[in-house]
Design a protein around this ligand. Structure first.
Ligand code: SF4
Ligand code: SF4
Length: 189
């Protein structure tokens, strides 16, 4: 698999992380409860249950060619329901980190979106959708992307579900220390 060298600003050493992911999934008994619980599974190219098996089989190339982990919305439902108590949501997040650290993505839209999301949470402790999407559109540098969101945006505005006011791009960065600590811990792995 060709690695994408375009920077996403999310790079971390990622050393040993894939091996740790595999170790964490050792107790999976392939019952499929995670897949049955996942609201995004129907859009994924491999289901969560399949991905755990692929991790155990060391199928790194196939996993990182897929979009499964990018489509995980971190709802934690699979983690709550797994009879083995495995850290499944954290594992999906770890796969995102490995992909960005090692440049394993064919389309930079997903890592750029992921970075816009995390940056927004880091600044505000929650997502401010309008600012996050504006930053995503600017970073992705492809006018077709914002245009593709116009129908959804109009629907949300019509239902009063989207606040189009942008009250200053700033944020207090209250989670900076937490993020820095996590990055240090990841780098030490
Ligand atoms: S719910 Fe847990 S044990 Fe069952 S397939 Fe998913 S990860 Fe494996
Ligand atoms: S945390 Fe991700 S993989 Fe698990 S159920 Fe939610 S969307 Fe699916």
């Amino acid at each position: 698999m060709a690695q994408n060298q375009a920077s996403t600003g999310l790079e971390t050493p990622g050393r040993g992380l894939f091996a740790e992911i595999s170790k964490n999934l050792r107790a999976c008994m392939q019952c499929g409860t995670c897949t049955g619980s996942c609201g995004s599974a129907s859009k994924m190219d491999y289901t969560p249950r399949q991905v755990w098996r692929m991790v155990q089989a060391g199928m790194k190339e196939e996993i990182f060619k897929s979009r499964t982990f990018w489509l995980c919305s971190s709802c934690y439902y699979c983690t709550l329901r797994c009879p083995r108590g495995l850290p499944l949501t954290d594992t999906m997040a770890a796969l995102k980190r490995v992909a960005t650290a090692e440049g394993y993505f064919s389309d930079r839209k997903s890592p750029v979106f992921y970075k816009a999301f995390l940056d927004n949470v880091r600044k505000y402790g929650r997502v401010r959708e309008t600012e996050m999407m504006t930053r995503y559109f600017l970073a992705v540098k492809n006018p077709a992307v914002p245009l593709s969101f116009v129908p959804l945006g109009l629907k949300l505005m019509a239902k009063g579900k989207m606040d189009v006011r942008i009250s200053g791009f700033g944020g207090s960065g209250k989670l900076d220390r937490l993020y820095r600590k996590v990055m240090e811990l990841e780098a030490a792995k």
